[in-house]
Design a binder for this molecule. Structure first.
Ligand SMILES: O=C(O)CCC(=O)C(=O)O
Length: 226
């Protein structure tokens, strides 16, 4: 399948939804050091290490010590955190891997994205099919089909789109000015979005959000499924 699909409420039965309380997450991960992107709207390479507990508590509190005028440039974001590899106790709490067929996707990679309201990930495309599932919070996702990739203008310093932004409508956003068919959706707790390989996507957290991305890859390049 090469079209995005929203699976509403698909994750409602996963134990993560009830089990991953602040107390539980902080107890399991605690002061483990994590790599955090310090400039959501700047260079993706600006990474700093901090304790998970410090990161998580500040994200919940919307980073009270960062000055509001620099908040959008400096909002830290913990992306693709290997919580399943580092903390096997989380392993079965999320079941998005079961949405993939092992004969097509013979390698599964999972990572958590945990961020304050307004944290975002620039337009990019993945190296596998992806299911993004929301465990807590709400996400805005903008998808651009492969046929429109050359119409996308990548402007990492000016990517803010959607709710609560400067008010510019999506169509007039500089990155999308030449795109004819962008798809926009919001994902609530329990929802999951299938993003096919090759589709560029921009993702923004509309609240403090915990989500899990699950990539299904085909590591035999001779097989063609798409
Ligand atoms: O949740 C995010 O901020 C980004 C997720 C994403 O882009 C992905 O899983 O490829």
């Amino acid at each position: 399948m090469n079209k995005p699909v929203v699976f509403t409420n698909v994750a409602n039965s996963w134990s993560a939804l009830s089990k991953w309380t602040d107390d539980y997450i902080l107890r399991v991960i605690g002061d483990h050091k994590v790599d955090v992107n310090m400039c959501t709207f700047g260079k993706m390479s600006d990474i700093t290490k901090m304790s998970f507990a410090e990161y998580y508590r500040n994200s919940l509190a919307q980073w009270p010590d960062i000055k509001p005028e620099t908040l959008n440039q400096n909002l830290p974001y913990l992306r693709n955190f290997d919580c399943f590899g580092e903390f096997p106790a989380f392993g079965d709490d999320v079941r998005s891997q079961e949405l993939f067929k092992p004969d097509i996707h013979n390698m599964i990679v999972r990572g958590a994205f945990i961020g304050a309201k307004n944290t975002a990930t620039h337009f990019h495309k993945d190296t596998g099919d992806n299911v993004v599932a929301v465990i807590r919070g709400k996400k805005l996702v903008v998808l651009v089909p492969p046929a429109e990739e050359s119409n996308l203008t990548r402007d990492p310093l000016n990517i803010s789109v959607g709710e609560n932004d400067s008010g510019a409508p999506l169509e007039s956003h500089p990155s999308l000015a030449r795109v004819n068919n962008a798809f926009v959706t919001t994902l609530d707790v329990g929802d999951a979005l299938f993003i096919p390989i090759g589709w560029n996507h921009y993702v923004k957290n509309l609240d403090f959000t915990v989500s899990v991305s699950c990539w299904g890859k085909d590591i035999n390049p001779d097989k063609q499924h798409y």
